[in-house]
Design a protein around this ligand. Structure first.
Ligand code: MN
Ligand code: MN
Length: 468
């Protein structure tokens, strides 16, 4: 053996997932990514993602656990939480007290929410006031086509589901920005202050109607349209839950079509691959469980977030319906022996902004699924730091299955950071590690992922469910 051969054998080298894939795997990847783009187009809100997940799960033979009294090995079940959070499970043959294999992803994404009293007229135009949700760079949300999604009640109490701006024949909406000719003051501000939160107002109309006694004729026109089409009045907005998201569809990027560009890939890329992962499970040894949560982007609080008791309550329901009882000790044993992949995206190194990353420990688009021992910020604060034992175990499962993976730390030390659901799962007393697809332009209206990483995420979740 030459010294070079020995050096190569002793040192760690990153892999490129595309280079490692067989032709059959590449074909699989393209099919998976075609389906993934459809998933993104049909699921632009947490509610739409849950509806899509139910549709996909039922096709795979999953049934609602509420309709089942007793469950047994091989059963495929789901449970819905308020239409915004869903849990799926495939019951294993082994005693559930030995623990279960969990993959958790989130299905909420940064966006603009309508305020509760949003509609107003100004200078001959009708607009809607918003309050942004999650961490956004506000300037990215102006001058792009936007669509309206959500839920609103009619005066007689009927729930209407809105989705306007997604069909090619639909109108879209937008937030205007200042022309460069008049932007001298704006352009000299800090980037963060260039667009103010209170200026993220959505243009929705400009046609005045009615006689001169009507004070706000444009607003009147909009109210009449809303009333005729949806049977709602202005006060219907008070209880509405309406999200403004980019109106464009997911696309392939590049001459070689190696990337996917779309809104909401954080974290629907992991949600989709988690679903495909659990759909690959049939009568496993250990029970497999997938949970798609809401509210991660605002701290996981709330009854549909990871901090909600929905997960422990549903796990107790599963244990009881499977074994006939769920005492505290039974439950504790299941939790302590379980393991979880917190499947959430990481930051891919951006060639335009290399200096915020530390290259030896950054994740790269195309480098495979990123396994992140810890997240957090400033000295690993607010992070679940996975144990060496667990990182080794997961790495081994991935290696044995030929999954290309890399590590990934979110930027240089003290450059910033971020959290996931991992810490909240870990707090239950369970092994958990973050892993997911590296993303470029994260939290922007058009996030970018490498198809090979999407595929490797799916392969990783499949290997974890089937091989642990
Ligand atoms: Mn995320
Ligand atoms: Mn995020």
């Amino acid at each position: 053996m030459t010294d070079k051969e020995l050096f190569d054998e002793l040192s760690y080298k990153r892999e490129n997932a595309y280079e490692k894939m067989s032709d059959a795997e590449k074909k699989d990847m393209l099919g998976l990514c075609d389906e993934y783009r459809e998933f993104l187009d049909e699921g632009k809100t947490e509610r739409e993602c849950v509806a899509k997940a139910i549709e996909m799960a039922e096709k795979e033979g999953f049934v609602n656990i509420d309709d089942v009294e007793k469950i047994k090995c091989g059963d495929k079940l789901y449970k819905i939480n308020r239409g915004k959070n869903i849990l799926l499970t495939v019951i294993g043959s082994e005693d559930i007290k030995n623990g279960i294999n969990i993959v958790g992803a989130h299905i909420d994404s940064p966006r603009l929410d309508l305020k509760q009293n949003p509609l107003y007229e100004s200078n001959g135009m009708a607009l809607l006031k918003t309050h942004y949700y999650g961490g956004i760079k506000k300037y990215q949300w102006t001058t792009i086509p936007l669509s309206i999604h959500g839920v609103i009640y009619t005066r007689d109490g009927q729930k209407i589901t809105l989705c306007i701006g997604e069909n090619d024949s639909d109108p879209v909406f937008c937030i205007t920005d200042l022309l460069p000719h008049l932007a001298k003051d704006q352009m000299s501000k800090k980037l963060a202050d260039g667009i103010e939160g209170e200026n993220l107002n959505v243009l929705i109309g400009g046609m005045p109607i009615g006689d001169d006694d009507v004070k706000e004729k444009v607003k009147f026109g909009i109210l009449k349209i809303l009333n005729e089409r949806y049977n709602v009045t202005e006060s219907s907005f008070l209880s509405a839950e309406i999200e403004i998201v980019p109106a464009f569809k997911a696309r392939n990027i590049g001459f070689d079509e190696s990337f996917i560009g779309a809104y909401g890939q954080d974290d629907r890329v992991c949600a989709f691959t988690t679903l495909k992962g659990i759909f690959s499970v049939n009568a496993p040894k250990r029970t497999a469980l997938a949970i798609l949560v809401d509210k991660e982007e605002i701290g996981s609080e709330g009854n549909t977030g990871m901090l909600s008791a929905f997960f422990p309550m549903t796990l107790a329901e599963i244990i009881e319906k499977l074994t006939g009882k769920c005492g505290v000790t039974d439950y504790n044993e299941v939790i302590a022996n379980s393991a979880c992949l917190s499947s959430d995206v990481g930051a891919a190194l951006d060639p335009n902004y290399e200096n915020v990353s530390e290259k030896r420990n950054a994740s790269f688009a195309g480098g495979g699924i990123a396994v992140m021992k810890y997240t957090g910020a400033r000295g690993k604060s607010s992070s679940s730091d996975a144990s060496s034992e667990f990182v080794y175990e997961i790495g081994k499962i991935l290696d044995e299955d030929g999954v290309v993976w890399q590590t990934g730390e979110l930027g240089k030390v003290d450059q910033g950071g971020g959290g996931t659901i991992a810490q909240y799962v870990a707090n239950l007393n369970m092994d958990v590690i973050d892993c997911g697809v590296p993303v470029l332009s994260m939290h922007s209206p058009f996030e970018v992922t490498a198809k090979s990483d999407v595929y490797m995420a799916y392969r990783a979740y499949k290997a974890f469910y089937n091989g642990r």
